[in-house]
Design a protein around this ligand. Structure first.
Ligand code: UDP
Length: 382
């Protein structure tokens, strides 16, 4: 059985590599890993860490691409790959334009699609941001839906997806996290970033607040509010804020201008996944608009303040390990202060079981794919 796995961005690589590794361990399976390289450098950091060399690298990154550019490039170029490779199945992950356009290219050729991290939803289909539409389009096309949580499965059931096509597996990000933590435990060197001021402030006993921000919907006013809040939090004097700056110029420009000179804020280049996981394990509080970080932080017992008005990952909020706090800078400062200064509030959020999986998602996905293929063979013979 030949399976083509297509991914383009850093989070897709993080969430796909456990599945690729698992499928490659299975007899009779040939995996072709194809990257569109929607985000070149930060994607390569992940591939290097886990030793994954894509079989096909489409290098589709352009200067300031529009969504139309990315969609048409992926449709055309992944389409060509499908014609050459002729896989029995395609796997895509999440809600990117790479995932959506790959699913469409496979659909046009009658090739079945499996969707890793299926069923996440917000009510923002009409927003200008593409993620919700992307994941819904993939759900319409896919014939295997790997739902990370029961809530995601229920979303799919509400949309009349065949219950037999939905597999509740947990999120492969937890598999990735376990795998990288095992690599860290085996390595002798400190994976914390080699930023001298960050190291000095941590050695001095400063408490680490980890921040990330990159989402399209926060570009502009949202990023400005996050920066204003970061300055007030850093002004407390007992913390150091570490902020790996996303390379997108709409993020990096304003963040560097607003925070670049604050003595208690360390702006870092995008961290390799191992370094980022080490920072997550070391920090006290996480402030983020990232999807993956919302899932990883609770697995390490770190409270997450979500810098958004809505989230397609309500499980953390419902379980009590995440709070959806929006983009009002006063609220961001207040919620952070509460976690830093109120040990009961901190304990309540940090001792919640992670709702995103147990680290066996990749194994369950591989089992499901192979058993589906086996059943199809039996039907064909019968
Ligand atoms: N991440 C990383 N280095 C960083 C920041 C984040 O490796 O400097 C990882 C993080 O652990 C998570 C993923 O990148 O698994 C999240 O990616 P991002 O926030 O870009 O996308 P999203 O998850 O929001 O789609």
């Amino acid at each position: 059985m030949k399976i083509l796995v297509v991914f383009g961005t850093r989070p897709e690589a993080i969430k796909c590599f456990p599945v690729i590794e698992e499928l490659r361990r299975r007899p009779g399976v040939e995996v072709v890993a194809c990257t569109t390289a929607q985000h070149r450098h930060i994607l390569d950091q992940v591939l290097e860490l886990v030793g994954l060399v894509p079989d096909i690298d489409l290098h589709l990154m352009r200067e300031k691409p529009s969504l139309t550019d990315i969609t048409t490039d992926v449709l055309n170029r992944v389409g060509e790959v499908l014609d050459q490779v002729r896989p029995d199945r395609v796997l895509v992950q999440g809600d990117t334009t790479t995932a959506m356009a790959t699913a469409m290219a496979a659909f046009y050729r009658g090739i079945p699609v499996g969707h890793i991290e299926a069923g996440l939803r917000t009510d923002t289909i009409l927003s200008p941001w593409p993620e919700e539409a992307n994941r819904r389009i993939v759900s319409v096309i896919a014939d295997m839906h790997f739902a990370p949580t029961a809530a995601a499965r229920d979303n799919l059931l509400r949309e009349n997806i065949d219950p037999h096509a939905i597999y509740l597996t947990g999120n492969t990000v937890i598999d990735a996290l376990h795998s990288v933590r095992a690599r860290l435990a085996a390595a002798a060197v400190s994976p914390l970033p080699g930023h001298p001021r960050l190291r000095a402030l941590l050695d001095e006993g400063r408490r680490l607040v980890l921040m990330t921000a990159h989402r399209r919907e926060n570009w502009g006013e949202g990023i400005d509010a996050i920066c204003r809040a970061a300055i007030q939090i850093a002004d407390r004097g007992d913390v150091v804020i570490a902020l790996p700056v996303h390379p997108n110029p709409r993020v990096a420009g304003p963040v560097r201008a607003a925070l670049g000179t604050h003595p208690s804020i360390c702006l870092l280049d995008p961290l390799g996944y191992a370094e980022f996981v080490a920072m997550l394990a070391r920090c006290e509080v996480v402030l983020t608009d990232s999807g993956g970080v919302q899932e990883e932080a609770p697995a390490l017992g770190k409270p997450v303040l979500v810098l958004r008005d809505t989230t397609e990952r309500p499980e953390g909020v419902e379980a009590g390990c995440a709070r959806l706090i929006g983009l009002d800078s006063r609220r961001i400062v207040e919620e952070t202060r509460r976690l830093l200064d109120d040990p009961l509030a901190y304990r309540a959020m940090s001792r919640v079981a992670n709702p995103y999986g147990d680290g066996t998602a990749a194994r369950q996905i591989a089992d499901a794919i192979l058993s589906r293929a086996g059943a199809a063979r039996t039907r064909a013979v019968g």
